[in-house]
Design a protein around this ligand. Structure first.
Ligand code: NSS
Length: 427
């Protein structure tokens, strides 16, 4: 129905005729002339409605236009330095598709109400920019894996056993049996490496995290990769290389969007520092965080550490008790496991968690029993250690958290179209 998107108008010459479509972003009337800022997915343009070009009937239609009304307009390109972007469209024909009711979102609408109206608020130029950054980051990340010999796979959402511990499981009734929403596709990816060596997936994971924090969603987008014949170090190299390229491309392609949200994002360029859990605990203590060796890094500890660095940092080899049962024990210190978290800078904290997996059947059975889990629930996962087991490693990257870091917004909720939290199930 349209001939051009708005951003294409700025390439047209004086006097050219064109038909565009969009929504009323702003409107004002001055001396009988109606000025509309029209918006589509590519940008905004000023459209001028004057009686001499439109006639009385269409002019009275233009006067009635409300915010978010949808319309198709034909007009003539007019170069004018006073117009935003140096160009405006002088309307010759107006077709109103929907005269919008009074738009409920105003300048002073509170943040919580904006989330109640997320289905409308996501038209705002700011949310639009954030979601564009998100889309660009995801595409750039997946490109890296497609270009480096990884096969894309999928895993089920309904599962029968926990990956990351029972505390955050969403339980549901599955035709009279207990089932859960998946916390991670990791175990399925581990099965798939025997067919494809290197695999990845990106799909939602679910966590019943009761606390409402700036960095938790109950449903989040999880990018996960798993690699056969790979050590913890191999895994960290893959995370680093892919994340650097994805950040760089997002920066290159989303300059306009980053400007629009006022974000000065520097894509990481140097090597990501790698520090041990022991060093992380020392840094946290120096910064006044209350932490004892053996505990997981708290949000405050992660924050303190990540503020010390300009690049994302890997923290490696945490105590066994802080990690899920599937982690391989560190051969150099059996109190620890071969794992790594990547902490984003600026106080953001963990965006990636992963490590090397237990590859021995006996060791895995022992760890499952130690955690008071039922080995029968993990029969197929154990089979992977019976038939051609290999050293292997993998990780999960929180897509929402990573985009949150890139865009520097207040909370992780800002960068997903329809956030799910303990208190939010709509829209
Ligand atoms: O729990 S993780 O640290 N690790 C796993 O689930 C592994 N089984 C992944 C794997 O090795 N294949 O979660 C991974 C990442 C974590 O670093 C966060 O960035 C993100 O997933 N994550 C979340 N993002 C948003 N909200 C919540 N609640 C959340 N939980 C984890």
């Amino acid at each position: 129905m349209r001939e051009k998107f708005i951003e294409e108008l700025f390439l047209l010459g004086e006097g050219q005729r064109v038909r565009i479509a969009g929504w009323v972003h702003r409107r004002r009337e001055l001396g009988g002339v109606v000025f509309i800022i029209l918006r589509d997915s590519t940008g905004v343009v000023q459209v001028v409605f004057k009686r001499d070009l439109l006639g009385e009937e269409q002019m009275s239609l233009a006067r009635k236009l409300t915010i978010e009304s949808s319309l198709i307009v034909e007009g003539i390109v007019h170069r004018d330095e006073r117009a935003p972007g140096g160009m405006e469209l002088h309307a010759t024909n107006l077709q109103v598709f929907n005269l919008a009711e009074d738009f409920p979102l105003k300048k002073d609408t509170s943040k919580e109400v904006l989330f109640d109206y997320r289905h409308l608020h996501l038209r705002s130029r700011k949310v639009q920019a954030l979601l564009k950054i998100r889309g660009t980051f995801i595409r750039s990340l997946l490109d890296w894996y497609d270009d480096h010999g990884f096969t894309r796979v999928e895993a089920p959402t309904f599962v029968q056993a926990a990956v990351e511990g029972g505390a955050t499981l969403f339980k549901l009734d599955y035709f009279g049996r207990d089932a859960y929403l998946t916390q991670s596709s990791q175990f399925y990816l581990e099965a798939l490496i025997f067919a494809f060596d290197n695999v990845y997936t990106m799909q939602p994971s679910f966590r019943a995290e009761k606390s409402r924090t700036r960095r938790h969603l109950t449903e989040f987008w999880h990018f996960e990769a798993e690699m056969a014949w790979a050590t913890l170090e191999d895994m960290m190299n893959v995370v680093e290389d892919s994340l650097k390229q994805a950040c760089e491309r997002t920066y290159d392609e989303c300059g306009r969007e980053l400007d629009l949200i006022g974000r000065k994002f520097e894509p990481p360029s140097g090597r990501f520092p790698r520090i041990s859990y022991d060093e992380a605990v020392e840094i946290s203590k120096e910064k006044g965080v209350d932490i004892r060796w053996g505990e997981d890094l708290s949000t405050e500890a992660e924050r303190a550490i990540s503020l010390e660095f300009d690049e994302p940092i890997f923290v490696t080899r945490y105590p066994k008790a802080t990690r899920a049962f599937y982690h391989k024990v560190d051969p150099e210190d059996n109190r620890k496991v071969l794992c790594a978290d990547l902490l984003a800078p600026e106080g953001i904290g963990e965006i990636v968690g992963g490590g090397q997996r237990i590859d021995s059947l006996d060791e895995l059975v022992k760890r499952i029993q130690e955690e008071n889990l039922n080995p029968r629930d993990y029969y197929w996962y154990l089979d992977l250690r019976r038939y051609g087991s290999v050293p292997h490693s993998g990780f999960g990257l929180g897509v929402d958290r990573t985009v949150w870091w890139i865009s520097g917004t207040e909370t992780v909720r800002d960068v997903i179209p329809f956030p799910r939290t303990p208190t939010r199930l709509k829209p």
